[in-house]
Ligand binder design. Structure first.
Ligand SMILES: Cc1cc2nc3c(=O)[nH]c(=O)nc-3n(C[C@H](O)[C@H](O)[C@H](O)COP(=O)(O)OP(=O)(O)OC[C@H]3O[C@@H](n4cnc5c(N)ncnc54)[C@H](O)[C@@H]3O)c2cc1C
Length: 439
């Protein structure tokens, strides 16, 4: 009889892994709290299409996506850096609802069953093993539970402490986002169609403004709660330099949260594996997580398929975590240190980095598609690094902040590389504590 796998929550990584597993003969059921046809947000997302192939998915139909334009990054004083992304590295922009439709069709075609309108409440444990989920529609049992319920997963948060899996996320490790499409107030030509403002108004966060043909796409991200009054106040600040930005919301208009932290230090247990936002797999600097979830889906599915005993013990699932850290986590985790460096920056620090060449067009170009600290700063580009070091030395306070971040980046990278190759409870406990302590 086929082994039973439950995917809790229809997250992107979970549904992608479900498809590969169902095609390989597993009996896979996804339990999702939303109703059929209502998943996603009323806005577009950007992700690297290469990840689809990795997750054994086709490209969507051509009328469902477009290639993303280069972005302009703006410092608090208005200084700019521009991306020049090569054609074969371009990301695609797609409606979130179309992304879901594409992923769901792929999974259903491959044999995945989906139960909608079914809220997962908590895991069901037998000793230290996760054996099922309690839902609003009753209890369901399986040989393995894949947790794809997102950042606040009730499965992860209700696991016993003995499994050593972190439950909570701190305020600084998540960003609150307001996103809306506003009507077009004028036909004025805009110089930079897609702008990302860093520390706008000197506030901790980012704002992006994309002047599309029919509307202006606004995203405001802050590391604190904020409300519509604050949104409207900030929009007044943006309008003089963005005359096309109207006052009427035509789509979106919600506040949501994205995790921007290092991946979970332990993401597996007997009968359990977390994926996507549930395991904090987003890029900590920019919050994109679709491509990483797809790549993780392939790693997880292959680990499950190659598990000789098919017992889905913590020992066999640990291979998923080791491979995840090897291919993704070791590049992602140091980016939380870069994000934290931004917290220590005053606007003048960022202005200085833009103006003196500590940050360059090349660095911001690498933010397209990037999932790794090492993609953003090419450690083999010695002349560029020497220039950055020379410029930083001229400002001792900034140099202190950069050196502090540099030390943490080195420590995090070393910790990721030192992940125990095999599951050993004591060793993993020591490693996870040491790794988490750095942040
Ligand atoms: C405003 C915003 C913009 C973003 N833009 C981008 C972007 O442009 N590019 C990019 O790559 N990433 C982007 N991201 C991040 C991206 O959405 C996630 O990192 C990625 O989708 C992986 O998250 P997930 O699918 O694992 O979790 P989620 O997207 O949180 O999905 C979890 C799923 O589980 C379901 N669920 C939750 N709780 C329960 C429960 N108790 N019972 C049953 N079901 C449950 C939810 O309904 C949902 O379907 C953005 C996120 C936000 C919020």
């Amino acid at each position: 009889m086929a082994k039973k796998i439950i995917v809790a929550g229809l997250g992107h990584g979970g549904i992608a892994a479900a498809a590969i597993l169902a095609e390989s003969g597993y009996d896979v059921t996804v339990y999702e709290k939303q109703s059929e046809g209502t998943l996603g947000y009323d806005w577009t997302d950007i992700f690297a299409p290469k990840a689809l192939k990795i997750a054994e998915m086709d490209m969507p139909d051509e009328d469902k996506f477009e290639y993303k334009e280069d972005m302009t990054f703006v410092a608090p004083n208005g200084a700019k850096l521009r991306q020049h992304v090569p054609e074969d590295e371009l990301e695609i922009k797609m409606e979130r609802k179309d992304i879901y439709d594409h992923f769901i069709k792929n999974a259903v075609d491959k044999g995945v069953k989906i139960v909608y309108d079914c809220e997962v409440q908590k895991p069901i444990m037998l000793g230290n093993r996760v054996v099922g989920i309690r839902t609003a529609k009753g209890d369901f049992f399986a040989d393995l539970i894949i947790d794809s319920c997102g950042m606040n997963s009730p499965v992860r948060r209700n696991l016993p402490k003995s499994l050593m899996i972190e439950k909570e996320i701190t305020r600084q490790q998540k960003i609150t986002i307001f996103r809306a499409f506003y009507n077009k107030a004028s036909d004025v030509e805009v110089e930079d169609k897609f702008k990302v403002l860093l520390l706008p108004e000197g506030l901790q966060g980012i704002s992006w403004i994309a002047s599309e043909d029919k509307y202006t796409d606004v995203l405001i991200g802050r590391f604190e709660d904020f409300d519509m009054d604050e949104v409207n106040r900030h929009l007044e600040y943006l309008r003089p330099t963005n005359p096309r930005l109207g006052t009427e919301i035509v789509r979106g208009g919600q506040f949501v949260e994205i995790p921007v932290r290092h991946p979970l230090s332990v993401m597996v247990a007997d009968g359990y594996a977390a994926i996507g936002d549930s395991a904090f797999m987003t890029v900590p600097l920019i919050g994109s997580g679709i491509a990483n979830s797809l790549k993780a889906a392939r790693i997880l599915a292959e680990t499950i398929i190659n598990d000789d005993a098919q017992a889905f013990s913590v020992e066999s699932l640990w291979k998923y975590q080791v491979l995840f850290y090897k291919h993704l986590g070791t590049g992602l985790a140091p980016l939380e240190c870069v994000k934290n460096l931004m917290f220590r920056f005053v606007p003048e620090d960022l202005d200085y980095c833009f103006e003196t060449g500590i940050l360059t067009d090349r660095n911001v170009t690498m933010t397209a598609n990037f999932g790794s600290f090492f993609d953003t700063f090419d450690i083999l580009d010695i002349p560029d690094l020497l220039n950055k070091a020379k410029q930083s030395c001229a400002d001792p306070v900034l140099l202190g902040k950069m050196l502090g971040a540099g030390n943490r980046i080195t420590a995090v990278t070393a910790a990721c590389l030192a992940i125990p190759r095999k599951w050993d409870r004591k060793l993993v406990e020591i490693w996870a504590k040491a790794y988490t302590k750095i942040f």
